[in-house]
Design a protein around this ligand. Sequence first.
Ligand SMILES: [Cu+2]
Length: 98
Amino acid sequence: MYKKIFVAALLGLLSGTALAAGKSAQVTGTLHGVDAQKRILNIDHPAVPEFQWPPMRMDFTVGKGLSLEGLKPPQQVRFTLTQSDDGQYAITEIAPVR
Ligand SMILES: [Cu+2]
């Protein structure tokens, strides 16, 4: 009996965590700089309501394994911005707007 309740509580906790993890937003902005060595992109982005961000120009970290090929500033880009469990933001998908 207790064991069943415990397992149910644990599953609830895990699914709650899974839902909270990897919050992301689709953003279109202007790419101004590419630092391929540090894997940082400088982008001017409009407001991002998902993260309650005002419009600004800033540096973004690029997620591991993401190709920077085809990115040539200045250029309009569409990207997915993901916040990980530890609160860090990273670009997890990006492509030039054609
Ligand atoms: Cu910003």
